[in-house]
Design a protein around this ligand. Structure first.
Ligand code: CO8
Length: 260
């Protein structure tokens, strides 16, 4: 499939999806959001891909936000539609069976930080700057940021970031639990791909079910979450991969998973 604003490169079951609009610091306009939706669908159903790494093109930015120039003259109805379009991309990543790792190589602002938060976890470069400048533009985060950030780090730190509009560096984002690990800029993509390859090397069904249990369980009261986990756990005992994984352990060999 052809994309105007995205690059996709797949090596050893790891797809690197790059937002490629560096002249606008990879800002998300409607076209980029449409393309991201299509690309995620394509990657979900590409049997050659097990894990996705999402990053931004160029030295400076992961994604510097939703496209301010496109939003500037929107009506209330158009603004709402634009927010929902972005939220669909975030939900698509959450609903995907395959993990998506954000490799935040520079500015991750507004919709860009929301895009990173929509991924399963975030690695960042020492140069990364994260923030929600929306209030400085007279708006609020609209691609799930108020919900995802507050669920991730609690309302107090989320309030501080969103009310001030200030950027924080990668180390602080790491200490706050937004970013899992910080790397030198030249190492970031390799490290993200290395972790992606490690995930691709284990049973994909197990990973998909674990992602499902965590993401959906978070929206449930704990007892329902436990019940949901137990039912997914039970389903996995009907798969060949569970038989293979446990037989391989007993026989002291590497499991040959078939994803069924
Ligand atoms: N939208 C459109 N264009 C952008 C954006 C953006 N978010 N960010 C940067 N650009 C463009 C600049 O306009 C500039 O283009 P040009 O050369 O044509 O003038 C080019 O990218 C390079 O940017 P700068 O020259 O500004 O680069 P600097 O290194 O001087 O500054 C910054 C880098 C600090 C990142 C600066 O570009 C900046 O502040 N950008 C805007 C950041 C921002 O406010 N992001 C949040 C946007 S709002 C949002 O994301 C809301 C999401 C929810 C939407 C809900 C739906 C309604």
């Amino acid at each position: 499939m052809e994309y105007k604003n995205l690059l996709i490169e797949t090596t050893d079951a790891v797809a690197t999806l790059t937002v490629n609009r560096p002249q606008a610091l990879n800002a998300l306009n409607s076209e980029v959001l449409d393309e991201l939706g299509r690309a995620l669908y394509q990657l979900e159903y590409d049997s050659a891909v097990k894990v996705v790494v999402l990053t931004g093109a160029g030295e400076k930015a992961f994604v510097a936000g939703a496209d301010i120039k496109e939003m500037a003259d929107m009506s209330s109805y158009e603004g709402h539609r634009f927010a929902v379009k972005g939220q669909h991309v975030m939900m698509a990543m959450e609903k995907m069976k395959k993990p998506v790792i954000a490799a935040v190589n520079g500015f991750a602002l507004g919709g860009g930080l929301e895009l990173a938060l929509g991924c399963d976890f975030i690695y960042a470069s020492q140069k990364a700057k994260l923030g929600f400048p929306e209030v400085t533009l007279g708006i609020i985060p609209g691609f799930g940021g108020t919900q995802n950030l507050s669920r991730l780090i609690g309302p107090n730190k989320a309030n501080e970031m969103i009310f001030t509009g200030r950027m924080i560096g990668a180390e602080k984002a790491c200490s706050w639990g937004i970013v899992n690990e910080v790397f030198a800029p030249e190492e970031l993509l390799d490290k993200a791909r290395e972790t992606a390859a490690a995930i691709a090397g284990v049973g994909s069904l197990g990973v998909a079910y674990a992602k499902d249990a965590i993401a959906n369980g978070l929206n449930m009261v704990k007892e329902d979450g436990f019940r949901y986990e137990a039912s997914l756990f039970g389903v996995l005992f009907a798969t060949e991969d569970q038989k293979e994984g446990m037989a391989a352990f007993v026989e002291k060999r590497k499991a040959a998973f078939k994803n069924r």
